[in-house]
Design a protein. Sequence first.
Length: 707
Amino acid sequence: MSPRHALRRPPRGHWVLLSLIIAVVAVTLLFEGWTTHEVDAARTKEPCARPIPRGADTGRPVLRFSGSDVATAAMPPGTAALTFNGGPDPVWTPRLLDLLDEHGVRATFFLYGMEAARHPELVRRIRDEGHEIGSYTYTGGDLGAASRVRARMELGLTQTALAGAAGIHTRLLRLPHTTTADTLCGGEWPAARRAAGQGYLVVAADRESRKSAAGVVRQYSQTDLGFRAARSTLRDPGVTRFTTVSDGLGTTGSAYRAPVLEQIKGVGLMRAQELGRAFSRAMAWVLIAAGVLGALRLAMLVWFARVHVRRRGRWRPGSPRLREVTGPVTVLVPAHNEEAGITGTVCSLLASTGVDLQIVVVDDGSTDGTAQAVARLADPRVTLVRRPNTGKPGALNTGLAHARHDVVVMVDADTVLEPDAVRRLVQPLAHPAVGAVSGNTKVGNRGHLLGKWQHLEYVLGFNLDRRMFEVLECMPTVPGAIGAFRRDALLGVGGVSDDTLAEDTDLTMALWRAGWRVVYEESAVAWTEVPDTWSQLWRQRYRWCYGTLQSMWKHRRAVRELGTAGRFGRRGLSYLALFQVLLPLLAPVVDVFALYGVCFRDPGEAIVVWLAFLVVQMATAGYALWLDGERLRALWSLPLQMFVYRQMLYLVVLHSVMTALLGSRLTWHRMHRTGTADPYRTQEPPPGDRGLPLSGAVVGGAKGEPR
């Protein structure tokens, strides 16, 4: 895809899709967390502050409410109603059912709604074998401590789950954390009355001291302990009849067929809960994998940086058979509306030491005073070429056509170089296998917080990466801000291609595939102006990321090639795909899941893990700053960067990938320059030089421009 033809704006509809996906993930995890790992006050019963009304404190376990009145009931003499709380449990519920079937006994099962949705086959077995089903709320929360909205959800979702699992609703309710009727004290009593207003019959249990021969409601859990206690009761000679609660009271219809719509809702609830569990398990593994990969990446960066330091002279003069590069150098400076910074860039180049320069400034259809600013410098080493605007690749190719020397340095028009940067940059080209060299780009305008964050990113995320890439022989990008090339290597790959929006990455990958090596020269320092607003940063990184995706796709066949190209493809492209595409794509979901862990799992564990990762990040960043000769005081902004800045970068990757998948075209986004990184900006040109034509300048398009 050529930027010249990228006329359509990327669609905004995928933001709606992305927001919907994140919202669904958040709601799914929230529901899963509430039903599975909830730790709020409703999970434990508060001590009673007041007893139940005297009229209900008769010792009988079944309560019927009628307005302000309450009536109690019990099992007839010699009758025992066996009731089981919780579950259905995949281990103990089938054993209990087998035990009851062995004795020909029917019982009442008070089920959790969430477990009924999880094990619908057990709910159907309970129903089909003639047992009675009641509600034990959805999560087992204390309804006395829960809000009215929460209490309605606990009861309503349980009915929905039963409808989806077995096609029934129930009128029986047992409040969690209660045993005998007098434990319905405090907040449980009004909760029981409200439930009765919804049509429920509230069932407690008799005291253990009450003899079975007198008629009892026994309460057991669906566990090993409950199984053994029920088996003992079934052998009680004082019981002449075992039955369900409703049958013992002489009533019918405690369970009834749920409406079809409720059954459909129930099936949806079960699927949602199943999806939530599956997603929770999957994300737990993804979170572990992401953490391991993140830690592994940091360890790799530090390790390979140390290796890079030990191998510092491998591609440089001083090594056997390598001589210092002393020949003249052509510097190409493409410029489009760069009036604010072009003077500083050219002046810093003119101040270069130890090397003879031909500086070719290509004014790519500027509408401001870029050309005039260059012309005012009036230096014979500077050639100004003016041409209609066709984009940066075309401007670089135009400059390449005017290059007179074998070594070519490309510099952005907002870059200010150290005096010895060019001389140091070209030295690795002494090795005949090296076709390109990446310089060390530093942030010039780091006075504000956004600039500090980008400064850390450049040192830790770019320059430390480049050390590793050089050792692994898979450098994916020679940055447009500062890079050196062999002229014949550039011509051999057809110059700078305009197939992607990241022409520097595309060019670097093409050089690898042509058999050239690309290295990093950390001592060649250039200062660049980075975006100082969020909108400019977004546009810049969006173009970088999208262009990188285009370049990766264009050069994807390198993974199957041999030699230098194959090493680059299998190492470099794999690294980019894993750490710069896949992990950022998962990052928002992982962040949501991490928040889920803080809210619903062990917050202490989640915080400790995060702090441990932060310490590792700080140590790695400190090492990177030390290697680059930077002050460590910039580390104070790193924790804030992890919360804010990186989230924006993750969204940039998401946006770029979705744009690429939708086949949309992206326009070239140009950053607004202010010249804040330009130390020459305030200098006035010599008198009489204002607006003078530059000696040797070429006005208009250059002939013979390579395409």
